[in-house]
Design a protein around this ligand. Sequence first.
Ligand code: DGL
Length: 269
Amino acid sequence: MKDRPIGVFDSGVGGLTCAKELLKLVPNENMIYLGDTARMPYGVNTKETLVGYTNDDVDFLQRRDVKLIVVACGTVSSNVPANQIKNLSVPYIDVISPTISAAVKATKNKKIGIIATPATIKSGSFEQRLKMFDKDIETVSNGCPQLVTLVQDGYIDEDNFVTNNVCREYLAPIKAFGVDTLILGCTHFPIISKIIQNIMGDDVKLIDAGYETALEVKKVLKTLNLERTKPRDLVKYYVTSEPENFDQVANIFLGDGSNAKAILRDIKD
Ligand code: DGL
């Protein structure tokens, strides 16, 4: 069991914000990554549609014999509870709890912003959990669908004119609210964290859902005694369309001479 890979999925490159940290934090672990690029963006869909997509993604990973599944997607984490997944037979970790814990620890003025996909914001997942932790926390949120496609299409340069303008527009109400903490509740967004930080200012702490979830995975592997001890010998990236686009953004973001080469998943597979 310990030697089996970790499965990570998202609609596209967003889950790499978690995968990148996992590659560093748990250096022995093998990993199978799935980006469902043919059906992205996920964040503009209904719950019913998302349940169907998630079941396909989990099924694909389970057939590759993963020992644990990381839902590196805020949209799925917010809309598809584990009990709606058929034949789930391994631990399943989503981004909500680790992200909330980090935000609660970070805030001093108890004003927390959330940017995520429309489906995540509609679900109220982050807001409700924050209030459960501390009823005095005030939240402000904004659904930012355009940011997902900009990141997926590689508009990620710190100076990118379009992405900077779109971010400014989405972040204006969050800034006006005076938050000291901002949850990047869509895993695509940490890829443009420099742009977001420049707009929000250095006094605002950004919470990266991908990174926080990777920390949680490390803890869970230890608690469940699932840590692999042999050195890593497998990292595979699968996508459901346009592997070249995925590789381009993945290799910029993963850096460090990364040579991700995504495999096109046969949809019947
Ligand atoms: N990265 C995902 C999320 O965290 C999905 C974005 C999308 O496909 O809309 O929500």
